[in-house]
Design a binder for this molecule. Structure first.
Ligand code: VGL
Ligand code: ZN
Length: 199
C-alpha cells in the first residue's frame, strides 16, 4: 500500500515488565504489533535513546522523585526513572519484535536538556526529529501508530502526525499505557479532539 506507513513507538525492554519504566502488558502487545508490521509495506520504528544524566531523569534533579513534574524552559516535564540509556539492554528493541523490515529508526530524546515523547517533535513542540520530512519525501500521507506508551509517546506522536497533515490511526490493542494521574483518559480525549482515529 503506497502512501501508508506503520510507525511503531518505543517497543524497548525498559518499557516492558522488568524494565526501568515498565508499562503493564508492554510485552503482551508484541504479537499484535508484529501482525501490523506484516500488513504494512512501509514500517518506521522509534527508539527512546537518552544519554546518561538526561534532564528527564529524576536522578538528574536534586530532591526530586520519579513521576514528579518540574518546569523546564519549554514547559512542564514529568520526571522518570533512568531509562533507555543509549546502548544498554533496556534501550534495545524487544527480541520478539519483527523489526527487520523497518525502513527507518528514529531515535529521540538524545539531547540532554530536552525530552522527546513525539516521533515528530521534541517536547518544545518545535525542534523536529526529521520524521515529518522523511514521510513527506516518501509520499506517505497516512500513518498507523502502535507501541508504548499510549498516553505519552504514542499520543504525542499521533497528535503531531495530524499536525503534519497525515491521516492518522492508532490501533489501541497494539498499545499499552502508563496512566499517570489520569493521563490515559486525558490523552485519549486529546487524540480524539485532534482528529486521530482510534481503533
Ligand atoms: C516514554 C516516558 C519517557 C514513552 C518515553 O515511550 O511513552 N514515556 N520516555
Ligand atoms: Zn524517555
Amino acid at each position: 500500500m503506497a502512501g501508508q506507513a506503520l510507525v511503531v513507538i518505543d517497543m524497548q525492554y525498559d518499557f516492558c515488565p522488568g524494565g526501568a519504566l515498565a508499562v503493564a502488558g508492554g510485552d503482551v502487545i508484541v504479537p499484535a504489533v508484529n501482525r501490523l508490521i506484516s500488513t504494512h509495506e512501509h514500517v518506521v520504528l522509534t527508539q527512546d535513546w537518552h544519554p546518561e544524566g538526561h534532564s528527564s531523569f529524576a536522578s538528574s534533579h536534586q530532591g526530586k522523585s520519579p513521576f514528579e513534574t518540574i518546569d523546564m524552559p519549554y514547559g512542564p516535564q514529568t520526571l522518570w526513572p533512568d531509562h533507555c540509556i543509549q546502548g544498554t539492554r533496556g534501550a534495545a528493541f524487544h527480541d520478539g519484535l519483527n523489526w527487520t523490515r523497518a525502513e527507518l529508526v528514529i531515535r529521540k530524546g538524545f539531547r540532554r536538556d530536552i525530552d522527546s515523547y513525539s516521533a515528530f517533535f521534541e517536547n518544545d513542540h518545535t525542534t523536529p526529529t526529521g520524521l515529518g520530512g522523511y514521510l513527506r519525501e516518501r509520499g506517505i500521507t497516512e500513518v498507523t501508530l502502535c507501541g508504548l506508551a499510549t498516553d505519552f509517546c504514542v499520543a504525542f506522536s499521533a497528535i503531531d502526525a495530524v499536525r503534519h497533515g497525515l491521516s492518522t490511526t492508532v490501533v489501541l490493542e497494539a498499545c499499552r499505557g502508563i496512566d499517570l494521574g489520569g493521563s490515559m483518559a486525558a490523552m485519549t480525549e486529546k487524540m480524539k479532539a485532534a482528529g486521530v482515529t482510534l481503533v
